[in-house]
Design a protein around this ligand. Structure first.
Ligand SMILES: Cc1cc2nc3c(=O)[nH]c(=O)nc-3n(C[C@H](O)[C@H](O)[C@H](O)COP(=O)(O)O)c2cc1C
Length: 176
């Protein structure tokens, strides 16, 4: 049973988190940079997929991450990922970009839903201070938001809790 970790990044923070998460999961592949992935059909070979996406395109309706994820979204939506568990983490800044906090997670989420994936790893919005986010569904974020710009002191705790949550929700994942 294998879990793939994928990320895209502009200044390296999402890559750093992908590596920290990798250290918490014993059966995940080495994190892969989306910039090196030409064909997302490799997702079909995995039991679980964990995706990291930053938000850079402030206020945009589409292509919110400004990374390689943007051009692969339609390909992801066209896959058949029924039976696959998928979790998303997002990097953003809840202070400077408080009206668009981690917006890009939702765009990735909606394309994986289109592919039939089972989405896991939702996190309550009550643990965050922000004005608005497109990634809020009901009372939860559609993944784990992380803020290395304004709340980096909270990241270790948020990641550790999420790894425990994923172990329960993503049966193919073995936590270290
Ligand atoms: C020009 C610019 C625009 C940004 N826009 C947003 C935004 O709309 N929402 C948000 O939550 N964070 C925003 N951020 C913060 C980044 O998402 C954050 O720094 C993130 O950690 C970057 O991840 P990366 O290093 O993996 O690219 C923005 C940062 C910059 C410099």
């Amino acid at each position: 049973m294998t879990v793939g970790i994928y990320f895209a990044t502009t200044t390296g923070k999402t890559e750093d988190i992908a590596e920290r998460l990798h250290g918490m999961i014993s059966n995940a592949n080495t994190p892969k940079d989306l910039a090196d992935v030409n064909d997302v059909s490799e997702f079909s070979d995995l039991d679980g997929i964990i995706c990291g996406i930053p938000t850079w395109n402030t206020g945009a309706d589409i292509e919110r991450s400004g990374t390689a994820w943007d051009s692969l979204l339609d390909d992801i939506g066209g896959l058949n990922l029924k039976g696959k568990k998928v979790a998303i983490f997002g990097l953003g800044d809840s202070s400077t970009y408080t009206e668009n906090f981690c917006d890009a997670m939702e765009e990735l989420h909606s394309h994986f839903v289109k592919a039939g994936a089972s989405m896991v790893g939702y996190v309550s919005k009550s643990d965050y201070t922000f004005e608005e986010s497109k990634s809020v569904i009901g009372e939860s974020f559609c993944g784990l938001p992380l803020d290395e710009d304004s709340e980096s002191d909270m990241t270790d705790d948020r990641l550790a809790k999420w790894a425990i949550q994923l172990k329960a929700e993503m049966t193919s994942l073995n936590q270290k």
